[in-house]
Each structure stands twice: as structure tokens, then as C-alpha cells.
Write a protein of this length. Structure first.
Length: 608
């Protein structure tokens, strides 16, 4: 991307962003030229008062150029007669900046010739609409799921050598359409949300059918009566975990982008233990308090990670925010004491290689059922959750106060993670009371770290020793039925050692939670693609858009310069670096790939 334009930061509620024309530095250090039309509106009347207001708000007015986005922009109406009449008179009118008709492209090309000095490192945080990280949870879960399913189908197609571009294109178009700014954020009317769920269900069914067809073509595929069940791993990380197959627990040990037969699980796991208030798998021991929260979390070395409690379920008031109910969360909720949920039913037990505790919380109009699960040999604590949600203007949140915390939170985004302050030292930091993260969020100090992971929860709070997942909201406008009904989802938490190895484990668990192993029959093959450095993630394996060969996309996930070797089991005659649009850049040596911090690398494996 060469240019970026938005007006949205003009909607900030607390702080005025200091620039309108500047260089924006990404997490990998690269820059993009940004212009934010200084009037701060995408529905500008084009009238004189707006031009003068924009001039007053323009710190970079010395550049002597700015964009005016005039006309009816919301809904794509464009300029009308009045807009054209007014702006036509302003081409050269004393006391006003001169107005000239132009395209945004021509404007940015001219702007590139000027000396744009201001620079901004970090996110462009919008101090509004934080409710959109959570509203309409089902839509967000569906979006996460279809993104994963498209990734899997493309990887399977690349491994078996079947072109799927034409078959997948309508599904990609539907998924991208539903990422429109009122569907995925949850700010649409009831009909839109209902039809979106129906569309997602159709896409998921069709993608699952394509995947099953491709699985039957995988190397070693055998669907005979004696076929051995196998696990297919379509992630960058080796997987060692347990799965239940036909009611029997099995053990999977499978390399990245590979498939391997399932092995019998041990008949007994004596390290799995449970008492009236604890569960343990020998690596993690959890002790529960009267409100069902984890009051102690001891690791295998005896370290304590619970701090002032983990996974406390609370109900907050979420007052109506006129007119932005689905969009916004009022920060005033933080000044009110929430209702702490208390379990009415508790039971625990051992099931094969897992130990679990089931807690059921009930209140006037709702119920939450949670299974907290530890797996033999694993550091991850899974929280399998079912919610019957009938509230209005309430928030259900899971709150964590870990023993190890720091001044910054690492928030996973696509192809890396973002650092955000957990402090509230000024108005800018206080305004960031709700933040967005994708698969995980983590904090750490010099001794240890703590991470919370999810399979479709985007709203988080990370301030003053607290990590909080916003599990559900209940707005009434513009959809009075928003999020009411039953929900099923899983989130997880874990401690980790500070440093690269610990954070790599968090990244791997994020993929593992969101990308379950696919169980097949008789399939077995070595890694189609694997990175020698676990800090370099093979994110995508797909047929090339040209129809010839395979594209592999990887990124550096820890924020440091790294070197890796890429082993490839896919037949090819040469490897070429490309940009994200798969345009060739030069030859690639797969034995030695150097990546900068958070750098994204795309490689085309060509067949002669």
C-alpha cells in the first residue's frame, strides 16, 4: 500500500490526533503516506464554513494542499447539485483556500513530491466505537471460522496440486462482503445479521465439502475398511495433542503441514488429579475460589501465576449509548462495581488424558456453563463455554489479574502483534480503555508472562493489572435482538517463560486453539512446508493466483530480525520472491531466508 486516507480519527472523543498529513510506520518499520482530510467529514457540504474549519484544524497547512471529501458519502450517494454549485464558486474566492476538482490518486501523487516530515509509530487508535469489537459475537465467530476454512482448503489444494481459484472465488467474495463496516462490527439491523448468519452457514458447509474432496486426494490416502485414522495439521507448528475419535482417546504427533497416523493414548495418566477445589495435570495446578475463579495457578516449577484471581466472570452495566448503542461502550462502566457470578453447580473428573471441572452459573435471566480443561503434558488451560444470554444493556466479561504483569500488552494482529500501554499515565492512555486483539493477548515481567487466548473474541481491556475479555454485549439498537440466545465458544489462558521460546509457545497455542486438527482416514505425508525457526510462521500455503505453482507466505512473529530455512515437500523447479500481489521480485534461496522484525515474505514455488 502506497497511500492511506481516512477521516475517522476526527471522531476521537477525548484527544485530538496531532497530525493530518504524515508518514505512518507499521510494526515492521515500513511506512505509508497518510492524509486525513482536515475538515474531518466524509459528507462535507463543501461550504465556506467547512473549508475554514478544515484550515484551522490542519497542522500541516504549510504543505498548501488537502483533500475535501464533498457530497453524500454515507451510502455512496456522491455530490449533488448544491455541492457542485458551492464548490464551483470556490475555485478562486477571496478569503477561502482555492478549490480544484481532482481525483484522490492525483492528489496523493502530488503529495508524494512534497516533504512530508511528521511521522507516527504505532496504531491509529479510534477513541470511539469500542463496542464493535464484541457486538454480534456469532458473526465474528463465523468470520474467524470461514477465514480458517478458506486457509485450509487452499493449503489442501496446494498440496494435492488442484487449482481451486474459480471454485473459491465466490466464497472469498462473500466473506469479504461480510467484512463490510456494519456487518462484521455488528452495527447492522436484525435482517442483515440474520441473513449474514445464514450465508456463513452455507459457506462453511460448502467449504467443508471441498475440503473433504481434497483430503481424499492427499498422499497416502486410503479409504478402505482397514484405513488407519490420521491427523492432518495445516499450521506452521508441530502438534502433540490428544483427540477423541469414535469415542476413543487417541494421541496425535504431527509435523507442520503434514499428516500422521493417530496413536493410542496412554491407558492411564496418574498425573491427572482432582479434589473438591483443585484440578492438576502435573504441569499446571489450579485452585478455585468460592466464585469459581482461579485463586492459585502453580506451574511445574512451583511458580504462582494467579495474582488476584483468574477467570472471574462478571456482569457489568452497559448503558444505552444514544445513538451509537451497538457501536460504543461508555467508559463509565469502569466506575461501577460489577456483579460477580457465583457457581450454583460444581463437579469435576478425569476423562482419558484430560482432567476437568464443570461450573454452572445462573442468575435471573441467564446461565453460563464452563468446563475448565487441562490436558496431560500441556500448559494451556481451556475454558469451554456455553451461555444462555437474555440480558439487555449488560456485558459479560472474564477478568484475569495475573501475578506477572508489565507496562505493555502484546496484542496479536494479522502477521504479528502490537504493543499497547497497560498504564494510564495520561489522557491518551486512559482513552484506550478497550482494545482489539485477534487470537491472543499477553503481558509479562522479568520473571514470567501470562496470556489469554480466544477463538472469536476481539474486545479486551488491559489496564492496571487487569486482563479482561468482553465475552458478550446486549445492545438494543439498531438490532434489538443482538446476541440474545445461546452461544458456544472457547477461550484459554496460560503462563509462559519470558523470552522468545515462551512467546513462540503462545503464538503456537493461538493457532492450535483456532485450527483444530482435521481427522482423515489413511492419509500420511511429511511436511509440505516447514520453517526451521519457530519464530518464523508459515501462515499461508496456496495455489498461485496465476494458476501455475504454489505460493507460500510467511512472517516473522516475534518482532526481531531472524534467519530461517524453508523445507519444502512440494515439487518445484525454482523459488521466487514476490510481493503480496504475487508479482515477481527476484530469486529466493530457501536454505537461507533473512527476515526483519514482523516482515512478511511471499515466495512463489514455480514448476517448469
Amino acid at each position: 500500500m502506497d497511500w492511506f486516507q481516512t477521516i475517522k480519527l476526527a471522531w476521537n472523543r477525548v484527544n485530538d490526533f496531532p497530525h493530518r498529513t504524515f508518514q505512518w510506520r507499521g510494526i515492521d518499520g515500513t511506512g505509508v503516506l497518510v492524509h486525513m482530510p482536515p475538515e474531518g467529514d466524509y459528507n462535507s457540504r463543501g461550504a465556506a464554513d467547512g473549508l475554514l474549519r478544515g484550515l484551522r484544524r490542519y497542522p500541516e497547512r504549510a504543505l498548501d494542499t488537502a483533500l475535501l471529501v464533498f457530497g453524500s458519502g454515507d451510502g455512496g450517494g456522491g455530490p449533488g447539485e448544491v455541492h457542485l454549485e458551492v464548490t464551483g464558486r470556490e475555485h478562486s474566492l477571496r478569503g477561502l483556500p482555492k478549490v480544484a476538482y481532482s481525483s484522490a490518486g492525483d492528489f496523493f501523487r502530488a503529495l508524494e513530491e512534497k516533504d512530508v516530515v511528521p511521522s507516527h509509530q504505532g496504531e491509529l487508535y479510534l477513541e470511539a466505537h469500542q463496542g464493535t469489537y464484541t457486538t454480534q459475537r456469532r458473526t465474528k465467530q463465523h468470520n474467524r471460522r470461514v477465514e480458517r476454512m478458506l486457509h485450509e482448503v487452499e493449503a489442501l489444494a496446494a498440496i494435492v496440486g488442484e487449482p481451486t481459484r474459480e471454485e473459491l472465488e465466490p466464497h472469498w467474495r462473500d466473506v469479504l462482503l461480510h467484512q463490510f463496516h456494519d456487518i462484521l462490527p455488528g452495527s447492522a439491523i436484525e435482517r442483515v445479521n440474520r441473513e449474514a448468519r445464514e450465508t456463513y452457514a452455507r459457506i462453511e458447509g460448502e467449504l467443508d465439502g471441498i475440503a473433504e474432496r481434497l483430503v481424499e486426494r492427499l498422499p497416502g490416502s486410503d479409504v478402505g475398511s482397514d484405513a488407519v485414522p490420521t491427523a492432518v495439521n495445516l499450521t506452521s507448528f508441530p502438534r502433540v495433542e490428544h483427540v477423541r475419535q469414535d469415542g476413543v482417546w487417541m494421541r496425535a504427533e504431527v509435523a507442520p503441514y503434514a499428516a500422521a497416523p493417530l496413536l493410542p493414548a496412554p491407558s492411564a495418566s496418574p498425573e491427572l488429579r482432582t479434589t473438591a477445589d483443585t484440578i492438576s495435570n502435573g504441569r499446571v495446578t489450579l485452585r478455585f475460589g468460592s466464585s469459581g475463579d482461579v485463586t492459585s495457578m502453580i506451574d511445574a516449577d512451583g511458580g504462582e501465576h494467579a495474582g488476584r484471581g483468574l477467570n472471574r466472570l462478571v456482569l457489568h452495566r452497559d448503558p444505552y449509548q444514544f445513538p451509537w448503542d451497538a457501536w460504543d461502550i461508555g467508559p463509565g462502566y469502569l466506575r461501577r462495581t460489577p456483579d460477580v457470578l457465583v457457581p450454583r453447580t460444581i463437579e469435576s473428573g478425569v476423562d482419558g488424558p484430560t482432567v476437568w471441572r464443570r461450573q454452572v452459573f445462573r442468575w435471573g435471566r441467564g446461565e453460563v456453563e464452563q468446563r475448565i480443561v487441562l490436558e496431560a503434558g500441556d500448559d494451556l488451560v481451556r475454558v469451554e463455554t456455553r451461555v444462555d444470554w437474555r440480558e439487555s444493556h449488560r456485558m459479560l466479561r472474564a477478568e484475569f489479574r495475573p501475578a506477572h504483569y508489565g507496562d505493555q500488552a502484546r496484542c496479536e494482529i494479522q502477521f504479528g502483534h502490537l504493543l499497547r500501554p497497560t498504564t494510564e499515565r495520561d489522557e491518551v492512555e486512559r482513552a484506550q480503555f478497550e482494545i482489539c486483539a485477534h487470537k491472543w493477548l499477553a503481558v509479562q515481567d522479568a520473571e514470567a508472562g501470562f496470556a489469554v487466548l480466544n477463538d472469536g473474541t476481539y474486545g479486551h481491556r488491559a489496564k492496571a493489572g487487569l486482563l479482561s475479555l468482553n465475552l458478550l454485549r446486549a445492545p438494543t439498537f439498531p438490532d434489538p435482538t443482538a446476541d440474545r440466545g445461546e452461544h458456544r465458544f472457547t477461550y484459554a489462558f496460560r503462563a509462559f517463560a519470558p523470552g522468545d521460546t515462551g512467546l513462540t509457545g503462545v503464538i503456537a497455542d493461538g493457532y492450535r486453539l483456532n485450527n483444530p486438527l482435521r481427522i482423515a482416514e489413511g492419509v500420511a505425508f511429511d511436511s509440505a512446508v516447514a520453517s526451521s525457526d519457530p519464530g518464523v510462521v508459515v501462515e499461508t500455503v496456496k495455489p498461485a493466483e496465476s494458476g501455475e505453482g504454489v505460493v507460500v507466505r510467511l512472517y516473522e512473529g516475534l518482532g526481531q530480525a531472524r534467519t530461517t530455512a524453508l523445507s519444502v515437500g512440494i515439487p518445484h523447479s525454482r523459488a521466487t520472491f514476490t510481493d503480496l500481489l504475487e508479482r515477481p521480485l527476484g530469486p529466493a534461496d530457501l536454505r537461507h531466508l533473512e527476515l526483519g522484525p514482523f516482515e512478511i515474505v511471499t515466495i512463489h514455488l514455480e514448476c517448469s
